[in-house]
Design a binder for this molecule. Structure first.
Ligand SMILES: *Cc1c(COP(=O)(O)O)cnc(C)c1O
Length: 390
């Protein structure tokens, strides 16, 4: 259960899930390694409530609870559940609220493995998924079917950055009895308050900014009391388990998340503005920029922007040309994931079914890390020089 300390996020990030008085005055919650949890009497064994009590290592110990409490506190949810990875959290959320014959509406911009889970796994069990234009807004009412149980959103899409009008989508979904899932990895519990927007289940790849140091895999689901039991049952049956050491790393990351995110944002705005001025760049897809088509929605609904955005180059480049640009960078590295302290760059081509994606140029996704922004610009400047020379 979430304990209220202050209404200010920075304070919540620092104090959430901590109780030094119960732990010899030690500032950080301890790491419990556990499978077996012993009941002192038969009566207490019979009366265990896995939704409240510590009953078995897999379902969580005070270590997972501490992280869950802190994340729920910051995002203004009632309860949270930790999972082995962000994709694990997505799978638990989708399976908890569907049965054979049901229909899912998923934003065409959603994280690719979430799409693949629907198409490759849920489809085998008689759950059908159709994809919708992420910018559909209230128009989603026209495509909600009688058997639609989930409207899945990701705001903004983490490769192509379309902004979604979540309050409008949530209204339409709730009118038809569907629940709204949201991948809030980009927004984080700090910059996007899912439950104020009408979201029912907020999904985090905590692997990204919550852990924040590229050294652990973790997922977190946040929800209100109303949906907790269904979600918890799905979680409990799935065998998902967040490792206690990784939860400790996530709690450590969480304490500094506001400082880190604000610096990621500051650097990203500087680099994005510089990129916008370059002839090699046709478009910068970063909702924090006024030039972004979803900028007004971002201003309305978000408290900040993280360090992840994409650019569209002036034309399509082949891999020889791209290799000459990307192979020799000093600071930007090529690798999956994001949300750590370091800068990353990768080419990407989103799969689409409900919309077309043809920006007439190569898409590069950048994660702007905590390096000095002048150094990042120098690195990009040199990479453009190599691209042009080819
Ligand atoms: C990385 C990511 C995930 C999956 O998280 P993992 O911890 O890697 O499984 C989900 N959604 C988004 C938007 C992501 O970037």
């Amino acid at each position: 259960m979430v304990k209220k300390t202050s209404s200010n996020d920075e304070t919540k990030l620092v104090s959430g899930g901590r109780n030094p008085k119960q732990n010899y005055g030690i500032v950080n919650p301890p790491v419990y390694h556990a499978s077996t949890v012993i009941s002192p009497t038969l009566k207490s064994w019979r009366n265990r409530d896995p939704m409240k009590d510590i009953v078995y290592g897999r379902v969580g110990t005070p270590t997972q609870r501490a992280l869950e409490e802190a994340v729920a506190l910051v995002e203004e949810g009632d309860r949270a559940i930790t999972t082995a990875s962000g994709l694990g959290a997505i799978a638990v959320a989708l399976t908890s609220f569907t049965k054979s014959g049901d229909h899912i509406l998923m934003a065409d911009s959603a994280y690719f493995p979430a799409r693949a889970f629907c198409n490759n796994v849920l489809a085998k069990y008689g759950v059908e998924t159709s994809f919708y234009d992420p910018q559909i807004g209230a128009g989603i009412a026209d495509i909600i079917q009688d058997n639609t149980t989930i409207v899945y959103t990701e705001n903004p899409g983490s490769l192509t950055f379309e902004m979604q009008d979540i309050p409008a989508i949530a209204n339409a979904a709730h009118e038809r009895g569907a629940i709204v899932l949201h991948d809030n990895t980009w927004g984080t519990p700090l910059f996007y308050k899912s439950f104020q927007m009408g979201i029912d289940i907020s999904i985090h790849a905590a692997t990204k900014y919550i852990v924040g140091h590229s050294d652990a895999m973790l997922g977190v689901l946040v929800t209100k009391e109303k949906h907790f039991e269904t979600l918890f049952k799905g979680f409990r049956s799935s065998g998902q388990h967040a490792a206690p050491d990784d939860c400790y790393l996530a709690l450590r990351g969480l304490r500094t998340m506001s400082v880190r995110l604000n610096q990621h944002q500051k650097n990203a705005i500087i680099v994005a503005n510089w990129l916008e001025s370059r002839s090699e760049v046709k478009q910068v897809l970063y909702p924090a920029l006024e030039s972004h088509p979803g900028h007004e929605l971002w201003k309305r609904d978000f408290l900040g922007a993280c360090g992840l955005f994409s650019i569209i180059l002036d034309k399509h480049y082949d891999d020889t040309q791209l290799g000459s640009m990307l192979d020799h960078m000093d600071l930007f590295a090529m690798g999956a994931s994001w949300g750590g302290y370091e800068s990353l760059i990768l080419p990407g081509a989103p799969p689409r079914t409900a919309t077309t994606w043809d920006p007439q140029g190569t898409l590069l996704r950048l994660h702007i890390g905590l390096e000095n922004s002048d150094d990042l610009i120098t690195d990009l400047d040199k990479s453009f020089a190599r691209l042009k020379r080819k």
